[in-house]
Design a protein around this ligand. Sequence first.
Ligand SMILES: NC(=O)c1ccc[n+]([C@@H]2O[C@H](COP(=O)([O-])OP(=O)(O)OC[C@H]3O[C@@H](n4cnc5c(N)ncnc54)[C@H](O)[C@@H]3O)[C@@H](O)[C@H]2O)c1
Length: 277
Amino acid sequence: MGRFDGKVAFITGGARGQGRAHAVAFAREGADVCVIDRCAPIDTVPYPLAGPDDLADTVALVEAEGRRALALEVDIRDGAAITAAVATTVDELGSLDIAVANAGVVGFGRFWELTDEMWADMIAVNLTGTFNTMRAAVVPMLERGSGRIIATSSMAGRMGNPNLAHYVASKWGIIGLVKTLALEVASRGITVNAVCPAAVDTDMVHNPALYSLFCPDLVDPTKEEVTPRYQATNPMRVPWIDATEVSAAVLYLASAEAHHVTGSTIDVSLGSAAGMP
Ligand SMILES: NC(=O)c1ccc[n+]([C@@H]2O[C@H](COP(=O)([O-])OP(=O)(O)OC[C@H]3O[C@@H](n4cnc5c(N)ncnc54)[C@H](O)[C@@H]3O)[C@@H](O)[C@H]2O)c1
């Protein structure tokens, strides 16, 4: 018996990283899963995004858990395409019980050096894309009178962060979307919450662009060199958490036990939240 037997989870950014970890975790607990990913780069994102092979690997991992997997190459910036993906999920997997609006990108630059394109792409993916996902997913949930929506914000959505103004704005915005939708559907059997991770051990963190952000004084910094810089960012002095630690929070918010938790944020923050008012 799994906690999510007979349920269907819809997860954006599911080709790798946290989205893949969530997909496998839901499948392990009995859910069928639709994974959405763009599977192509974005010009202003300074590291490679996932590709079709990554998405296929997630499908194989879900199927290895004995569950059905549906994979759709969709860019979350395309509202009509996300709405169509939700309809396809309901048609092919039978329902849509849980939506995890997880896909996102990061980039960096000092406030006054962010270009129009960097700002527009960041807001389009992280904020508009998350809105598109939540707006589409809530419709079948309203029809059925039940559902769980979890959006991935960040500790960057709880505080300021130098060199990340556009990312910070998008992640604060996601919390605003979550709290607003939570109020609108609170009496309709649907909960809406956010997870706010600290640094997570994924390709978003482990790439030359992000290493240079944390080690501006070094040329081509290595993982060994960047590790103490990440450790210094939190009270636990741990550089990054595993994606499965975020999955645990996501699965709790999707569970029956969390049916009275809505409009909330869960910080998986290595203690960073303790320093906030
Ligand atoms: N890694 C971290 O340190 C960290 C910390 C806090 C929050 N987050 C957030 O967690 C979420 C997942 O990130 P991750 O760490 O797994 O990184 P990741 O780069 O490994 O995964 C992100 C996935 O989203 C996909 N994606 C990007 N833009 C897309 C789009 N427009 N449409 C569809 N798919 C798209 C990518 O192809 C990739 O598969 C993101 O929202 C990120 O901002 C990450």
